[in-house]
Design a binder for this molecule. Structure first.
Ligand SMILES: Cc1cc2nc3c(=O)[nH]c(=O)nc-3n(C[C@H](O)[C@H](O)[C@H](O)COP(=O)(O)OP(=O)(O)OC[C@H]3O[C@@H](n4cnc5c(N)ncnc54)[C@H](O)[C@@H]3O)c2cc1C
Length: 404
């Protein structure tokens, strides 16, 4: 079944449906990514809309971009339908943003110029800087208060009922792949005249408890971390309250202790690059220090154009060959191999010098995660493997030799 089609004459059936209570078991069971759909009466559509119950990239890409991925083009397998890519950074970065604040800047421009009346984004609670609190922002200040990643599963779609009830007609939604897949499936039911979607790539997300374990296992001072990112230099950069930066090489991660930390939904996800957003802003296809922009369609282009005068840009580049490094890392990850820190640091330095850069780094990261996730689905949900893994991901995974 493809995206849900609207029923304009009668009162929509979904309005009679009941949202699930917090903490109750979700239709996708352990694969639930807590996107928030089931916290609203749009749960009515969950069987078709949930990314983990119904994989429908082809239909939703065609609905959104006018075409599905062209499987004869390797760039389409990796980066999805797109008309342009570039590296960019804000000339004047927004302080406290995850990178330079391109996402927040676009949202603010759209609101200020009256293109949208509200922006779905995620702030944090007063008590906990990492506890997500989705909102419909109506002012630039509220958008700015949502800057920086909440590196946890976030129920962004939980505000969708408020969208319909408040009569908003033009909306921007900022979100990660699983949220956007469900959103695209129900978008015609929201009563909107225009929906804009600004996506970020996303991988290896965790519950709030999982995040605590990750920080405690990996950082020297888990309680003072304000921000972290898995960077293109093969290190995790933790920023602390006092402004200091701590760097931990990927190869030094305590894989054996961290194997169960990532959410099962993220271990089963093949939408790293947010294929259904109009515009995607990440970092992994850009040189270190720059953000990576993927324009998927005309709507996305119009959104990016609003901030072009605030950006410095350069063409995307690609350097190195990822394949051997990916192939070697597959059995090492599978066995939970953890290197001593000196060896991890050395390996980090070597791979930073000779390793993949730009788009090839993005391919390295996609290959590593898709092979891992394919094995995870095969071993834990074999009955889902065939339908859940999209064709583009099967082609990516098919380049490698996998353990049983
Ligand atoms: C969980 C997560 C994992 C990511 N992993 C990668 C990756 O592997 N590779 C890559 O290239 N990019 C990744 N990104 C994107 C990247 O880290 C930056 O968010 C992006 O480049 C935008 O930076 P910015 O400075 O423009 O954002 P800002 O201006 O700081 O705005 C950040 C926006 O992200 C939204 N947001 C924050 N947390 C969440 C969340 N949990 N769910 C949904 N929306 C959220 C906020 O609403 C805010 O509007 C990830 C993002 C998230 C949220």
């Amino acid at each position: 079944m493809t995206a849900v089609s609207p029923n304009s004459k009668q009162q929509p059936k979904h309005q009679k449906a009941r949202a699930l209570k917090p903490g109750s078991r979700r239709p996708a069971k352990e694969l639930c990514s807590e996107c928030g759909l089931c916290d609203t009466y749009y749960i009515h559509y969950v069987k078709e809309a949930c990314a983990f119950l119904n994989q429908q990239f082809d239909a939703l890409e065609t609905q959104t971009h006018g075409r599905r991925r062209d499987l004869t083009k390797e760039d389409d397998w990796y980066f999805g339908v797109h008309q342009d890519m570039m590296a960019a950074r804000k000339q004047h970065p927004i302080e406290g943003a995850q990178w330079t604040g391109i996402v927040s800047a676009i949202a603010i421009e759209m609101l200020n110029r009256g293109l949208v009346e509200g922006v779905v984004c995620v702030q944090n609670t007063k008590e906990d800087r990492f506890q997500p609190m989705p909102v419909i922002a109506r002012t630039p200040e509220e958008i700015l208060a949502a800057r920086v990643n909440k590196p946890t599963l976030s129920p962004n779609l939980s505000v969708l009922e408020q969208v319909e009830q408040s009569g908003l007609k033009r909306l921007l939604v900022i979100g990660v792949g699983c949220q956007i897949q469900a959103l695209r499936a129900v978008q015609d039911q929201l009563g909107l005249e225009k929906l804009y979607v600004l996506g970020t790539p996303c991988v290896d997300n965790v519950t709030r408890e999982g995040l605590q374990k990750f920080l405690e296992t990996t950082s020297r001072s888990p309680d003072t971390v304000v921000h972290y990112e898995f960077m293109q230099d093969f290190r995790i950069h933790f920023k602390h309250e006092d402004g200091s930066t701590e760097m931990v090489p990927f190869f030094g991660l305590k894989t054996n202790q961290l194997k169960d930390v990532f959410a099962p939904s993220c271990m089963s996800c093949f939408d790293y690059v947010n294929g259904l957003a109009d515009l995607v802003v990440g970092y992994m296809g850009a040189p270190f220090g720059w953000q990576w922009i993927v324009v998927r369609n005309e709507t996305g282009k119009a959104m990016l154009d609003l901030v072009m005068d605030q950006l410095e840009t350069q063409p995307v580049m690609s350097q190195g060959d990822r394949r051997q490094a990916v192939q070697q890392s597959i059995p090492a990850y599978d066995r939970g191999v953890t290197l001593p820190m000196w060896a991890a640091k050395l390996m980090g330095v070597v791979i930073e010098r000779i390793g993949p850069k730009g788009l090839e780094y993005a391919r390295f990261s996609i290959d590593s995660h898709f092979t891992r996730n394919y094995l995870y689905v095969k071993r834990n949900h074999p009955e889902k493997l065939e339908a859940h893994v999209p064709e583009f991901a099967k082609r990516i995974v098919g380049q490698y030799k996998l353990p049983e």
